[in-house]
Design a binder for this molecule. Sequence first.
Ligand code: ATP
Length: 135
Amino acid sequence: MASEKSFELRIITPDRVFYEGSVEMVEMDTKEGAIGVYKSHVPTTCILRPGILTIHMEGNEKKQAALHSGFVEVLKDRVTVLAEAAEWPQEIDVERAKQAKERAEARLQDRSTDMDTLRAEMALRRAITRIKAAK
Ligand code: ATP
C-alpha cells in the first residue's frame, strides 16, 4: 500500500520504462541545480542534466542510477521523467565510460568551436555520472 507521503514516479527512456512506482522522494540534477521532490510539490517542469538519480522509497529504501538529458514534469501527485538515457549501476560498462571520459577530455583540450565544446562537456558529464553511479 502506498503511504500518505508517496507519489507516483515514472521514468521513461527511448527503449524502456526505466522506473515506475510509488516513492516518497526523488532527487535529480537539472539545469537550475539539484532538486529533491516530495509529494505536493509546486507543479513545474525542469530540464535535466546528467547526474545521479536517487529514488527514496517507503521504509528508507533507496535506489540510485545514472540519469542523463531530458526533462521532468512535476505535478502534485505524479512526477514524470522523459530521459534520453538512464542506467542502473550494474548495467554500466565502466571501461566504456572511462574511454568516453578520455575522449571528451581530449576534445576539451582542443577547443575549436562552441558547439563542439558544449557537446564534449555533456559527454564528459555523462561519463563522470556513469563512473560515479557504478560505484
Ligand atoms: P559512448 O560515447 O560510450 O557511446 P555516450 O555518452 O555518447 O557514450 P549515450 O548517447 O548517452 O552514450 O547513450 C547511448 C546508449 O548507450 C544509451 O542507451 C545508454 O544507456 C548506453 N550507454 C552509454 N554508455 C554506457 C555505459 N558506459 N554503460 C552502459 N550503457 C551505456
